[in-house]
Structures are given as C-alpha cells and as structure tokens.
Design a protein around this ligand. Structure first.
Ligand SMILES: NC(=O)c1ccc[n+]([C@@H]2O[C@H](COP(=O)([O-])OP(=O)(O)OC[C@H]3O[C@@H](n4cnc5c(N)ncnc54)[C@H](O)[C@@H]3O)[C@@H](O)[C@H]2O)c1
Length: 401
C-alpha cells in the first residue's frame, strides 16, 4: 500500500458521526493505537510531533522527557488543551524515557548539539527512532550516527520532512516519476524568511550548538536538491555572511555567530548544476524551486507574506512548450493536515514512520540522506571560509579520515 493510500481515521473526525455512541460505531470506531511514542525534547517541534502523532492516529504519545520545566509545563498544557483527557507520563531522566518497555518509538526533538549523545542512549533501547534534522552539528558526527544507524535493527528515520510537503511531493512526481521535463540540467532553490526564531536557551544563534545556519536550516534544501538530482554532489562553491541579524546579540556572555545569507553552487556527479540562495532578513516566508530539463521547466513556490489579500500559498507549474500540455496547480493537503505543521510535511513524515514500523518500505529520509544533506552544508561552510571550490571527494576524505 502506498504512503498516500491508507486508512482515514483522520477524516472520520470531520464527518457527522456524533449521533453514534462509540460502541455502536462501525466504520468510525476509534482503533486502539498500535504504537506508543515518547517525545525527547518538548520544545517547538516537540509540540508539532505530539500533534502529528495524535492526528495520524495509529500511534499515541505515551510520555515526554525534557530537563526544562517550563517546556514540560507548556507541553502538558498544550496536550490538555488539544487532547483533553489524554494523560502522558513525564520522565525524570533520559534513560528512563528510552527504556520504558511500554514504548515502541522515540522521537528525538532536542537541540542539534545534543543529538549524538541522545541517539547513543536511545539506540541501547532498540526502539524505533525518529531523529530530528540535522542529524548532528558536524560532518564527522553525522557520519558516526549514519554508521551506527546502518547496523541498527529497527527503524531509524531522519526528520527531513520537507520532501513530504505537497509542493515537493508533486514536483518529485512530475520530475522524477513522470519525467515531465525530461533530463534535468539545472536546478535553483531559494529560501527567504524572517530571522531565526526564539528557542529554548537560544541554541540556534550559535554555530557550535546548531552546526551553523547551513547545517541547521538549509539541510532541508540540500536534501531536496540531492533528491531531485538523484546523484551525489561533485563540488560545492559558496559565499555568505552575516549582514543584519543578531549582530549585537549575546547570550550568557557569548556572541551570536551565524550566517544570515548565502549563495551555494553545487555541481552533481551526473552534471546537473544547482544553486541555492538564502536570505534570513526578508519580511515573509518564501521558498521556491526551479528545475530546467531538456523537455521543459518546472517552477514552484510556497509563500506566506502576511498580507491581507488572498493568494494561494503554493504554486507549481510545468511548462513544456509545444511538446506537452502545460500544468499550473496549487498543491496542498486537506486543511487540517496542511495546518498541522510545515504544510503537512510533518504529518506525512509520521505516516511514513508508522508505516516503516509496520514493516513497509517508505520514502522517508534515511540516515545516509541525512548525512549527505549535512555534507553539502559543511562543504558550503568550508567554501565560504576558504573562498575556494570544494571537491567533495577530497573534502570527505579529509574530514572523515
Ligand atoms: N524538521 C523541521 O522542520 C524542524 C523544525 C524545527 C526544529 N527542528 C529541529 O528540532 C530540534 C529541536 O528544535 P526546536 O525548534 O523544538 O527547539 P526548542 O528550543 O524549541 O526546543 C528544544 C527542547 O529540547 C529540550 N532539551 C534540551 N536538551 C535536552 C536534552 N538533553 N534532553 C531532552 N530535552 C532537551 C529543551 O529544554 C527544549 O524544550 C532541533 O534539532 C531542530 O533543528 C526541525
């Protein structure tokens, strides 16, 4: 069964089934969740994973672990508001959260600098693991986690869920499965957005804690470019700097040190040329993708500009001149899913996680794909530092030896 052709526990919530007592329901009878998950790190994305787990419905949130009491309190409050009566266990330490024998899966949503240590503990449990992106703050640690994950007996999925946004699902279908634009020759992506958000203890303003902007945020776009290219990167050249954001920001005596803009050029081993442009001082959230092939051009965007007039928040067009019909669409999911976080990407990432636990093959990000998203980001950082083109093979040999 495909990832998009599954049961509909979700839709039953919309339908007029309130006249039925639970015991009289047939089609809409609530199934007992098959799996229980613990959430490690109950901050912003932890909340999104709790909601996605409950919305998807085949699993439930059993417990949370977070050393920050404010985060725990806020998560419990959100759960009480969103899922009245649902009780979760609060663990005192990581080991207890990982070892609880009632639990099937662990969702790791902690700051990037904690991932390796937490994965090491989580893996001792043998439970299924969903690890938030980026896998680690350095290329070497990402490599180590990938090696660990390769010999892991259970599911080990990376939280690169942008590939599940409706825009990219449709673009992947057009470009990779339908071959609508023929052989891709060039690719271009943009991310223009507001500065990094407020995080617990502001870890995202410091390269040492986050891995830097290109690893922390742009790994999503490098993952997408790698997917569309369907090849390994051959070389990377980048420029970038810090023009505006957090220039005077200090936290506990440390000065913020992250990039707020960059241009990255990637040449893939199959000859595809790609570029990525980042600007983090734009008054909107906008990302776009342009693919040019030998038969046509695909262009799409997601846009949230906070303006009062209505325009679709996604757009996808495939133009092939006179050789095939043009197509202009607004890819989206049903509203509740679309609004449940990252335009539905997180919901479908959860579906894939549960499918994988049930033994199905999915298209969720693997540890190797997580590694390659960081490899491009790290090479771009190196290129910004050196001003030179980075040959990926030499770079990886040097970094991983
Ligand atoms: N996939 C995505 O689109 C996406 C979006 C946002 C964040 N993320 C990733 O999710 C992770 C968390 O980001 P966030 O935005 O939720 O950050 P956040 O600061 O809002 O929350 C992080 C939480 O982890 C807790 N924490 C810190 N150390 C911990 C530890 N050792 N054990 C357990 N909990 C710990 C903090 O107290 C905090 O409550 C990061 O890796 C980030 O890159 C991914």
């Amino acid at each position: 069964m495909g990832e998009f052709e599954r049961h509909s526990t979700f839709f039953s919530g919309f339908l007029n089934s309130h006249y039925l007592r639970e015991k009289d329901k047939h089609i809409y009878k609530k199934e007992t969740p098959l799996y229980k998950f613990n959430i490690i790190g109950a901050g912003m994305i932890g909340h999104e994973h709790i909601k996605a787990t409950m919305l998807e419905g085949r699993a439930t949130v059993h417990g949370i672990y977070d050393p920050n009491q404010k985060s725990v309190k806020e998560a419990l409050h959100m759960i009480e508001e969103s899922f009245p009566g649902h009780v979760v266990h609060v663990y005192d330490d990581l080991k207890a959260a990982c070892e609880d024998s009632d639990v099937d899966g662990l969702i790791i949503c902690t700051p990037n600098y904690t991932h390796k240590e937490i994965v090491e503990e989580a893996m001792k449990s043998g439970k299924h693991i969903l690890l938030e992106k980026p896998m680690a703050t350095t290329l070497k640690d990402a490599w180590i986690i990938q090696q660990w994950a390769e010999s892991y007996q259970n599911v080990f999925q990376i939280g690169l869920q942008y590939r599940y946004k409706a825009l990219y699902q449709e673009a992947l279908y057009e470009a990779r499965e339908r071959n609508s634009i023929g052989n891709i020759k060039t690719m271009m992506m943009t991310e223009h957005r507001l500065p990094f958000l407020d995080k617990v203890e502001q870890w995202n303003k410091f390269s040492e804690l986050s891995g830097g902007t290109l690893i922390e945020k742009c790994c999503h776009y490098f993952d997408l470019l790698n997917l569309f290219a369907n090849a390994k990167p051959f070389s990377v050249y980048a420029t970038g700097g810090n023009a505006i954001n957090f220039k005077d920001f200090q936290y506990e005596g440390k000065k913020a040190d992250i990039l707020d803009h960059a241009n990255v050029i990637i040449i893939y081993e199959n000859g595809i040329h790609a570029s990525f442009n980042l600007c983090m001082f734009s008054p909107l959230f906008h990302e776009d993708l342009t693919l040019c092939g030998d038969r046509g051009r695909l262009y799409g965007y997601e846009n949230e500009d906070f303006l009062p007039y209505h325009k679709p928040s996604t757009h996808l067009e495939v133009l092939c001149g006179e050789s095939a019909p043009a197509k202009i669409t607004n890819p989206c999911y049903p509203e509740t899913i679309q609004n449940s976080g990252h335009n539905g990407g997180t919901y479908y990432e959860h579906r894939a996680f549960v499918d994988a636990i049930a033994g199905e093959k999915t298209k969720a990000a693997t540890p190797a794909e997580g590694f390659w998203s960081i490899a491009v980001a790290s090479a771009a950082d190196e290129s910004i530092q050196s001003g030179k083109v980075v040959n990926m093979r030499e770079f990886l040999d040097r970094q991983l030896s």
